[in-house]
Design a protein around this ligand. Structure first.
Ligand SMILES: NC(=O)c1ccc[n+]([C@@H]2O[C@H](COP(=O)([O-])OP(=O)(O)OC[C@H]3O[C@@H](n4cnc5c(N)ncnc54)[C@H](OP(=O)(O)O)[C@@H]3O)[C@@H](O)[C@H]2O)c1
Length: 418
């Protein structure tokens, strides 16, 4: 998530500038959300006028949501066979969500994947493509941003729910969209899931919320705290909050540029921050572990991938080693970010519509200097040792794959707003 330095400063005047510029910001930003709106769970404006649809790709013995079955679900889902456990996945079409659905299906759970009629980056996937992508799951086409619509879709689907897994995140990274998705829509999935009997909620969050300096982190934290409050009010309800470090997609943006002979760009001396990157498959597996894992009940779970923590300098060195080239780094002073933020903060006072741009600058600065590792409460320092590792996929193998096959499937989304 941090360390997303796909920007190649030397290429700013090249014909590829526009796409590089987009990468620069989106890789810094990666998930951009924000703004302090006032929110309260049940008071969303409801709109049931939108159409909804569902399509069952795999016919599973999903029970209808009778009081009896919901009651049975509440008391005992952890003792049931995976094939009898119904898992609602929100954000099922995202970078991580797709792999979570696949993993849960492979483990034999009944998966109800909520999706938009046009899903994916810029809504590029049709319903048919979405169904293909989510094979093995029961796909419920609906709108997670409207509680009433979501509830109606799920009621018509005729299922009870044991567990909700949310991999929702804003696609645009805009201020309002971030609150709408990372907080409100996520909350809608909690409310709708609970009404259908859900007794456990697995949330895909982010490790950076432990040091909240940005609005999107506050939006995520607000949902996290309300989720935890649910367990205080309902002793039969549990949660697992997964806070991963950096995703591979956020670290691969410079691979093809460096392959083409460009320098590897990093801020400061390349040692300002570090992370333990985790692959989509490994993270999906960890999230699936949270469904039944007793040790993951009511836990906040920071998680990284295998191996040691890597700084941007080490990532760059790894890349040059794989390419058999002499290292060629472009070190950019972090002060450049501070200058840009100052300018944007000034402009936003005159042009309030630039609030997203100003926030993106701050997010870029955050990821240029803050590690995606657990903050040691005793020292106040980031600690690689305290950041748990999971899985087998390494960044080195990912870089090799990108060098061979390119970044297909690792698109960053719509955050490249500038
Ligand atoms: N990138 C990193 O390095 C990193 C590191 C740690 C944590 N994280 C966190 O991981 C989480 C998930 O990331 P990701 O990359 O998997 O996200 P993503 O690929 O952007 O997926 C977002 C999901 O949310 C859905 N969504 C977005 N806007 C929606 C809307 N208006 N209505 C309905 N659904 C909507 C998308 O559906 P559509 O397909 O229909 O758009 C998609 O399923 C984020 O919370 C992020 O902060 C990221």
């Amino acid at each position: 998530m941090s360390l997303c330095f796909s920007c190649n400063v030397s290429s700013l005047n090249s014909p590829k500038y526009q796409s590089h510029k987009a990468h620069f910001y989106s890789q810094f930003i990666n998930q951009i959300q924000v703004n302090s709106l006032s929110h309260s769970l049940p008071s969303f404006p409801l709109n049931s006028s939108l159409p909804f649809k569902f399509s069952v790709k795999r016919i599973n013995p999903i029970r209808s949501s009778t009081a009896t079955s919901v009651e049975a679900t509440q008391s005992s889902f952890r003792n049931k066979n995976p094939k009898d456990i119904n898992i609602l996945v929100a954000g099922s079409t995202g970078y991580i969500g797709k792999f979570v659905v696949k993993e849960l299906v492979n483990r034999g759970f009944n998966v109800i994947a909520v999706a938009r009629e046009k899903s994916g980056i810029r809504g590029k996937n049709s319903e048919e493509e979405t169904l293909n992508q989510l094979q093995g799951a029961n796909v419920c086409f609906s709108d997670v941003t409207k509680l009433e619509t979501l509830e109606k879709s799920l009621n018509d689907f005729g299922v009870s729910v044991d567990v909700v897994v949310s991999c929702l995140a804003s696609r645009t990274g805009g201020v309002k969209d971030s609150w709408k998705i990372d907080y409100e829509a996520t909350k809608n999935s909690l409310v709708a899931g609970k009404k259908l009997g859900a007794k456990h909620f697995v949330l895909l969050s982010a490790i950076c919320v432990q040091k909240p300096l940005l609005e999107f982190q506050r939006a995520k934290l607000k949902f996290e705290s309300e989720l935890m409050r649910e367990t205080e009010m309902d002793s039969g309800f549990t949660y697992s909050i997964v806070r991963p470090t950096a995703f591979f997609k956020s670290l691969g943006g410079q691979v093809e540029l460096v392959k083409d002979g460009k320098p590897y760009v990093m801020f400061g001396d390349g040692n300002l921050c570090a992370c333990k990157p985790i692959s989509e498959e490994d993270l999906a597996s960890f999230i699936a572990d949270c469904v039944l894992g007793e040790d993951k009940i009511n836990q906040i779970l920071p998680i990284g991938g295998p191996g040691k923590a890597l700084t941007p300098l080490e990532q760059g060195e790894m890349l040059f080693r794989l390419l058999g080239k002499e290292p060629n780094f472009l070190k950019v002073p972090i002060g450049i970010m501070d200058f840009a933020i100052g300018v944007l903060d000034f402009l936003v006072k005159i042009f309030p519509s630039m609030e997203d741009a100003a926030e993106f600058g701050k997010i870029g600065r955050y990821y240029a200097a803050e590690s995606m590792l657990v903050l040691d409460p005793e020292t106040g320092e980031y600690s690689a040792e305290r950041t748990p590792s999971y899985g087998e996929d390494t960044l080195e193998v990912f870089f090799e794959k990108v060098l061979r096959e390119g970044m297909a499937g690792q698109e960053l989304g719509e955050q490249a707003i500038f």
